[in-house]
Design a protein around this ligand. Structure first.
Ligand code: FAD
Ligand code: NAI
Length: 465
């Protein structure tokens, strides 16, 4: 079979690229090694983790805040089997939706491992059988896999990655999380909310360290209230599966007494690495750079008909970044001149309170030597936050000292994930903090904190503080 475009990998990068290519009139095939489409994000990433975050948040509220709202119920109990089953149903609805979209857009789906024979020929291997297809262009979207600790590989029983943490059959008694980044904080809070003791060991001195430093501190305060414990600035030296328990040893980076932690599960969430196993990149002469496929500004590899997108290339490992790249490559192939503003790809951590940010952090502005001003506003001063009892959090705005242009929006608080879109729009249109502060924001809403933080940044005159 001859195609205009073959996409290898069906995650948010791959399936979106395939749909956009088909919309633009190309004959498209997509190859996926697993039986379901949607990649990491839909099967073992974004969607299942959010399903468990929502379920565990409901439980937490039923157990801790309903009473104050005037709702008396008998002590709620966790039914972990049902929680995991519902998560499975959510995943199924989503992956089935992608299969429907492939049909609707007349995209041929090939199940099996895709690998290069040459730059225009792709072999698909399934159950030991090979078939080949030929194509003008190829888009590699093979994604990423969890990074193991070099001295303690995943055994998938006691030493687990996010994939196993989404499928546990019991509530852990004590989950030790190595890595206080996005996965550690999201999945750590899922299990803390439903009764596990959770201890996070993080190498750096802050949680979610790539975020603005103010936000990591706030998240630590908020999640401490769930009973989570933290060893920041600690280097893990050993992790051992002892059968019914796992033992983790860590040392403070800057000296001091070593700690030994005993738990029943150790979630290792120290980052993800690009995945290219079995792709046969050597057949087309593509060499990896620190595990990633090197691409130019057009996402083209060194081979002129082969492109690569998503987690397998440089940049943030985020579903919406992969999607934008899929669209960009498709539109380029049809002769358009699309562009991605990587500075305005938002990042979200779906803890509660949620964390969301776009643009530069204060640390980055300092490093660039840029003159800036800041304004922040706490959730606890919002009528809306008092009504819902979601008092933890703040909005922090960074703006250019002279022009007042917004350079960064950092939010921790209820519904930050949805609010950040307003920050993206403002920054895409290069709004000043004053512009936003002069726009009417509905009352009572959490978004009023963004307006107030802009007032604080622009003229140090918030109304409600
Ligand atoms: P992937 O989604 O990894 O898809 C790659 C696909 O390629 C896979 O299906 C794989 O099987 C297939 N494949 C690989 N090699 C071959 C081959 N040779 N032949 C055929 N098929 C192949 N991001 C967010 O933006 N928001 C979130 O809330 C979020 N939550 C996450 C939660 C967790 C627990 C995890 C692990 C990740 C989360 N992410 C989130 C990150 C997000 O999942 C990834 O950034 C995104 O999936 C990357 O998309 P991709 O298309 O590049 O690759
Ligand atoms: P991460 O990069 O977010 O966090 C890893 C953390 O582990 C860092 O804080 C790092 O300092 C720490 N670390 C690294 N090595 C360590 C060691 N040896 N000991 C202790 N700490 C160590 O990576 P994570 O959480 O594994 O997630 C992978 C990626 O998946 C994320 O970067 C993100 O791109 C994506 N993701 C996105 C989500 C979202 O958008 N909501 C949710 C989950 C994952």
């Amino acid at each position: 079979m001859q195609y205009n475009v073959v996409v290898i990998g069906s995650g948010p990068g791959g399936y979106v690229a395939a749909i956009r290519c088909a919309q633009l009139g190309m004959k498209v095939a997509i190859i996926e090694k697993y039986n379901t489409l949607g990649g990491t994000c839909l099967n073992v990433g974004c969607i299942p983790s959010k399903a468990l975050l929502d379920s565990s948040e409901h439980f937490h509220n039923a157990a801790h805040t309903f009473k104050e709202h005037g709702i008396d119920i008998d002590s709620p109990k966790v039914n972990i089997d049902q929680m995991i089953k519902r998560k499975g149903d959510v995943v199924k609805a989503n992956v089935d939706g992608i299969a429907f979209l492939m049909k609707k857009n007349k995209i041929d789906v090939h199940t099996g491992v895709g690998s290069f024979v040459d730059k225009n020929t792709i072999k698909i291997t399934k159950d030991g059988k090979d078939t080949t297809i030929t194509t003008e262009k190829v888009i590699i979207a093979t994604g990423s896999k969890p990074t193991p600790l070099p001295f303690a590989p995943f055994d998938k029983k006691r030493i687990i990655s996010s994939t196993e943490a989404l499928e546990l059959k019991e509530v852990p008694k004590h989950m030790i999380v190595i890595g206080g980044g996005v996965i550690g904080m999201e999945l750590g809070s899922v299990y803390a909310r439903i009764g596990a003791k959770v201890t996070v060991v993080e190498f750096l001195d802050s949680l979610i360290p790539t975020n603005d430093c103010t936000i990591g501190k706030e998240l630590q305060k908020a999640t401490k209230k769930l009973g989570m414990d933290f060893y920041l600035g600690h280097k893990v030296t050993a992790v051992e599966n002892k059968g019914k328990e796992v033992v983790v040893k860590a040392e403070p980076k800057n000296g001091g007494a070593a700690v030994e932690l005993k738990g029943d599960y150790c979630l290792v969430s120290i980052g993800r690495r690009p995945y290219t196993d079995g792709l046969g990149l050597d057949k087309v002469g593509i060499e990896l750079d620190k595990g990633k496929i090197p691409v130019d500004n057009h996402l083209k590899t060194k081979v002129d008909n082969i492109y690569a997108i998503g987690d397998v290339v440089r940049g943030a490992m985020l579903a919406h970044k992969a999607e934008e790249e899929g669209v960009m490559v498709a539109e380029q192939l049809s002769g358009q001149k699309p562009h991605i503003n990587y500075n305005l790809i938002p990042g979200v951590v779906y803890t509660w309170p949620e964390v969301a940010s776009v643009g530069s952090t204060e640390e980055q502005l300092k490093e660039q030597g840029r003159a800036y001003k800041t304004g922040s506003f706490p959730y606890k001063a919002l009528g809306r936050a008092r009504a819902s009892m979601d008092l933890d959090g703040l909005v922090k705005i960074l703006a250019d000292k002279t022009t007042d242009e917004i350079l960064g929006v950092h939010i921790i608080g209820a519904r930050a994930a949805d609010m950040i879109a307003a920050g993206v729009v403002a920054m895409e249109y290069r709004a000043s903090a004053e512009d936003v502060s002069r726009m009417s924001h509905a009352h009572p809403t959490y978004m009023e904190a963004v307006k107030e933080a802009c007032l604080a940044a622009t003229a140090n005159r918030p109304i409600h503080m």
